[in-house]
Each structure stands twice: as C-alpha cells, then as structure tokens.
Ligand binder design. Structure first.
Ligand code: PLP
Length: 391
C-alpha cells in the first residue's frame, strides 16, 4: 500500500484550492498570469515577477520541507498548469521530463490496479505515436502490457492517446475512447491550450513541458494533470519516491513561459495554418498533414475537439531522398528534433523512429514571420525539385 497525501501539506492545499476557485471565471490568458497569485506569499515581499526559489530544504513550520517533495517555484507553476488544463478540482504534478510524467502516470495507475486485485494493466497505444512512450512503458517491466487495440480493455486498463499524434498529426476521437470502461490518458504535447476541455472526459492529461508549454527550447519538464484526487496523490508520492522532481530553474523558466502561452499558441497556430495552406497548394509535396486543413483525415474530429490546431505539421515529400535533404536545405528552420519552441524546426523523423514513413518531415512552426517561413520552405522545395537526385 502506498503512503499518499504526504507531498502537499494542508496550508499549501488550502492556498492552491483558493487559487483554483478564483480562476474558474478566467480565460486561459488571464489564468496563465494570475492563477498562482494566492501563492505569492511564498515569494519575497512585493515581488511582481516570481523569484526562483533555489533552496532544497525549508525551516520547520514553513509550507515546504524538502524540495524533492515540494518547492515554492514548482508549486506556483503547478497552480498555473492546473488552472490552464483542468480548472475546478484539478491538480497538476510536475516531473523532470515528459517521459518521467508518462512513466509516473502508468506506474501509478498500474499500482492502483494491483491494489484492487486486478493484476497486470493493459495499455493500448494508438498506432505509431511518440516512440519514447514505448520506452517509458518498457521501463515499467511486467506490471504493464502493451496492446495495439483498445477493444476488449476492461476497467483498470488504460487507453493512451496522443492528440494530435506524433509525428503524423492524426487526431484520435477522445469522446469515443471515453465511452469504453478503461481509463483514458491523453498526451496533449502537440497542442497545448488547444483542447481545453479534455479533463471533462479523461482521467489524466500529460504534456512534455519541454515543448510548447516551455516554448523556448531551454527547459526539460513534464506534467500530469488530473481531477482524480487519488491519482494526484499517487503521482506526487511517486515523484517523491522515484526522485523524479524537476529542478527549480526549470520550473521558474516554465512559469515565466506560461505567462505568454496564450499569445504564442495563437500566433504559432495561425502561422502553421498559413504555412500548411501554402504548402498544400504549392503542389511540391505528396501530402500536407495539419488538423486545420480541410483535407486532414480526422478533420471532423479535430473541428469538434480542438479550439485551435497547434503549431506542428507534417509533410510527405515526393521521395525519401527529398525528405532527408529538406531540413538541411532550409535556412530559417533549424534541422533539429523537438518542437513547440519560438524557433522553427524541421526534422526527418525516420532518423529516430523506424515505424515512420521515410518520406515524412515534421515541421514545428515558431514565431518568425509567416511569409518568411513560407518563402524558405517553397524555395527549398523548388531547389530540391530541380535537382534530379531528389525527385
Ligand atoms: N510526448 C510526446 C508527444 C513527445 O513528442 C515527447 C518528446 O518528444 C514526449 C512525450 C517526451 O517528452 P520529454 O522529452 O520532455 O521527456
């Protein structure tokens, strides 16, 4: 039996609940700036910007004990994330990376299942998805078994969805998945703030905060948000037990980044839409995959489920050679993995994942001018088209 509930002390909980109650009428842009205001008591007098709390240990009688368990800057950041993703009754638990969050969610659900006498937890994964998630599951050992379909899963089992899915931008029907008895977890890394109502349906939402939430390619983190109090307690306990807490500097960078999330999501999403449309009409590619396009295979689901369509798109080039060459042929896009940052990135995804089409290039759209990005892409594609080696 795990010992739960020790990670957050009563005063902290009361402050957090007060913050969460206040923000329920706020739009995300407001919550991102103010949802941690009630926790400002932990900061220095009169600070408008949150300080970085670097201390690992705290005097008896304060709200925190030891930073592997809880820490002021992390706590403020979690208050904002809970407000943004979950609203009333939601709790956010931050981890050292997205994969640490994935591992913690599955370990916690599997432990609960075992305690309830259900034995091994089956986890369905929808098609390809992020390859690192399979590694996180493999690290759980025999407690968890991966199955390729959600059909036949029972209570206590888990349906793991990515919305949209890495790297092909397919959008799963979350409401449909929730009709079955298994717990649904959504990895929403590809479209933060674009699917605000997810927690009305699913057991837990996870993000790699390294991506759009952080948004500047300078921090590593992950978060799990849930309204299931037992699961939240288990996640906090797991983080303490496994030592999977993020560092204070990363939490501070994340908190600062969340303040501008709303404007980044709006601007990067609008640019991604413009880039996707320009690429589609160019005729220089086999296919452009972006949920904001009428041609997207899950367009109906995306329209129902998403408030906006995110900053990531995938393109299928005319040949593997062209796909391999495209990232290096661009001048504004950096040829690098990861996504969601202010700088645009291009990646030949097959390099990291054998299951992905060799023609696919993943594009992460940053904050540069849309016309400059379109010009860069069309110019590179035309140059490749003219070169017989890439046709
Ligand atoms: N989930 C998705 C969809 C991802 O793309 C990634 C990383 O690329 C992760 C989770 C893992 O995140 P992290 O690298 O922060 O561990």
């Amino acid at each position: 039996m795990v010992q739960r509930g020790s990670a957050q002390r009563p005063l902290q909980r009361a402050l957090l609940q007060r913050a969460l109650r206040r923000h329920t009428t706020w739009a995300p842009a407001t919550a991102a700036v103010h949802a941690d205001a009630a926790l400002a008591a932990t900061s220095h007098d009169g600070d408008v910007a949150p300080p970085i709390g670097l201390s690992t240990t705290f005097e008896d009688g304060s709200d925190h004990v030891y930073s592997r368990i809880s820490a002021p800057t992390r706590h403020r950041c979690e208050a904002v994330l809970a407000a943004l993703e979950g609203g009333d009754g939601a709790r956010a638990v931050l981890f050292a990376s997205g994969n640490a969050a994935t591992h913690a969610v599955l370990a916690s659900l599997a432990a609960r299942n075992r305690e309830r006498g259900r034995g091994r937890t089956r986890v369905s994964i929808d098609g390809i998805g992020y390859h690192g998630t399979r590694d996180a599951i493999a690290a759980l050992g025999p407690a968890v078994e991966v199955v390729e379909s959600a059909d036949g899963l029972a209570e206590g089992d888990v349906v793991w969805l990515e919305s949209p899915r890495n790297p092909d931008l397919r959008v799963p029907d979350v409401a449909k998945a929730c009709a079955a008895p298994a717990a649904v977890v959504v990895d929403a890394t590809f479209a933060p703030l674009a699917q605000e109502k997810l927690l009305d349906h699913v057991a837990c939402v996870v993000h790699s905060a390294t991506k759009g939430l952080g948004g500047h390619s300078d921090l590593l983190g992950g978060v799990a948000v849930t309204r299931d109090a037992d699961l939240a307690d288990r996640l906090a306990w797991y983080r303490t037990a496994a030592g999977a807490a993020p560092g204070s500097l990363d939490c501070w960078l994340l908190l600062r980044s969340l303040r501008t999330l709303d404007v980044r999501v709006a601007r990067q999403g609008a640019t991604a839409q413009r880039v996707a449309e320009a690429l589609e009409v160019s005729g220089l590619l086999k296919r452009v995959l972006y949920p904001g396009l009428a041609s997207h295979p899950d367009r109906a689901v995306a329209k129902r489920q998403m408030a906006s369509f995110g900053s990531i798109l995938a393109v299928e080039c005319r040949s593997e050679a062209a796909a391999k060459a495209l990232p290096g042929a661009l001048s504004l896009f950096r040829s690098a993995t990861s996504l969601g940052g202010v700088e645009s990135l291009a990646e030949w995804r097959r390099k990291y994942d054998d299951a992905v089409s060799p023609d696919l290039v993943r594009l992460s759209i940053g904050l540069e001018d849309p016309d400059d990005l379109v010009g860069d892409l069309l110019g590179a594609l035309r140059r490749l088209e003219e070169d017989a080696a890439f046709v």
